[in-house]
Design a protein around this ligand. Sequence first.
Ligand code: NAG
Ligand code: NAG
Ligand code: NAG
Ligand code: NAG
Ligand code: NAG
Ligand code: NAG
Length: 502
Amino acid sequence: MDITLLLLLFASCAAVYGKPNVLFFVSDDMRQQLGCYYGPDFPAPVHPKMHTPHLDELASKSLLLKKAYVQQSVCNPSRSSTLTSRRPDTTHVYSSEHYFRKVGGDFVTIPQFFKNNGYTSIGLGKIFHPGPVASGDDDPVSWSLPYYHAPNEQHWKNKKHGSWKAVSKKMREEKELPDIQIAQKAKSVLQQLTNASKPFFLAVGFHKPHLPFIFPEEFLDLYPAKEIRLPDNPYAPTEMPSIAWHRYDGIAAYPDMKGLNITGDINSTIPDFKTLELRRAYYSAISYTDYLIGYVVDELKRLGLDKNTIISFWGDHGWQLGEHGEWSKQTNFELATHAPMMVHIPGVTDKGIVTEHITEYVDLFPTLVEAAGFPSLPVCPRDSSNVTLCTEGESLMPLVLSNSSKDWKDVAFSQFPRSHQKIGSVMGYTMRTPSFRYTEWVKFSNEPKFEPDWNALHGVELYDHRTDPEENHSRAHDASYKSIREMLSRQLRAGWRGARGI
Ligand SMILES: *[C@@H]1O[C@H](CO)[C@@H](O)[C@H](O)[C@H]1NC(C)=O
Ligand SMILES: *[C@@H]1O[C@H](CO)[C@@H](O)[C@H](O)[C@H]1NC(C)=O
Ligand SMILES: *[C@@H]1O[C@H](CO)[C@@H](O)[C@H](O)[C@H]1NC(C)=O
Ligand SMILES: *[C@@H]1O[C@H](CO)[C@@H](O)[C@H](O)[C@H]1NC(C)=O
Ligand SMILES: *[C@@H]1O[C@H](CO)[C@@H](O)[C@H](O)[C@H]1NC(C)=O
Ligand SMILES: *[C@@H]1O[C@H](CO)[C@@H](O)[C@H](O)[C@H]1NC(C)=O
């Protein structure tokens, strides 16, 4: 037998009998507005029905995390946290300016873990926040092969296209959309990897539904204009402290927003006609992203790789589409911190497992490690700046393998910084429990301490999700909630270690 054939035979055996591959999808600014989230976990009422058949199908064969929360609702902090399984107070990444290896520590990331353990790790599109200031040009040490960015990314990012655009076939022929280029690249990479000797970790990051909402025009037809509705609570929650507000005026930079008097102020919003347009375009961009995920997963199946490939999907944080009069992310509200996440493990989750347990994005890394058959990650010590591999999350495998909920943490911690002219740096620490969202805005010491001063309080919010899932009313100053507030405050300050008794 010819030696290359022997090698090939060996190679295909290794792929089949060795470790499973991992196909790792990320989408940008996608809240959990997917068919599979209908019910109490769907974002505040939206119409019409969403068209997301591919993610719904993947969800039906996955562990579907109905209540997964990001650790900070903006791109670079959320991605840095999820990809290292450490929280913002450990990565020290609170904005798009910082790179965790410079400000936090030399932490092993999810793709790097697989690369270090014999996988070919490949990254396409947006996985880390791009650019040298954010993550050192896509964190080269995480990848086995040179990173791929869609050639047309910059062209379609230009604000001149407006806040949204339904792109015609002709325009695409001149300049194809970048997410389509990424999906096509994923397809050809999968073909090349089919009979490779090593298992693969393939990360595919789509840019949509991030602004500008740009998608092939046919997706707009899924959402007839007359069926789009306005948000039913276009005002800030009653009793909300002003520090909780995000001035959403970034959206005003698009040329079609000129003359609409967008200030970003509390209790101002975008005019109704534009709100309806933007909501329709956002839904269309979600369906477009759903289509692209289907396109890549179909190729995985066609190549016969699906039986041995773990598939995960997550949106990097939620989004406000005019609810509270708020736009974009950058808040501690439910709509900004709650996002979609699912993990398909072939042969294990095929029948679909839906969980209402509260989970956190830092839980993904230890889950993928265990799902692929590696030993569990150790929990990080209090100061883990010199510890390259550890987790501040908890593997989700107990939610997959047993029906017992008794030991699950059932609480999620997120945070968002604000700077204030008079009080300086403030951090909003928020916590979601099965019944409540509780938030304290406190004075925060930056470098080198990175510590809250719980005695310097600049605002408190308490939402009762049993009766107020849209967070219309803060009960923090409601006398009938006094003992609940005290209990929640203790729990928030004890943090994730307190919640797990470690
Ligand atoms: C992979 O190997 C199998 C078995 O040798 C072969 O049938 C198949 O065509 C190969 N696939 C690709 C994409 O090369
Ligand atoms: C939130 O307020 C809006 C507007 O007043 C109302 O339509 C909606 O029903 C409220 N949500 C809940 C859950 O009470
Ligand atoms: C915003 O509007 C709501 C509803 O009208 C009101 O209760 C709240 O006090 C307003 N907030 C501010 C900061 O003006
Ligand atoms: C914006 O403000 C100007 C000046 O107050 C007003 O004339 C105009 O009608 C406003 N435009 C919209 C869309 O509200
Ligand atoms: C981390 O390493 C540096 C440099 O060796 C050392 O100065 C520092 O004390 C270490 N920190 C911890 C928490 O071990
Ligand atoms: C899980 O537990 C519930 C309640 O105890 C029970 O009704 C259900 O059948 C169990 N499911 C499985 C898959 O064991």
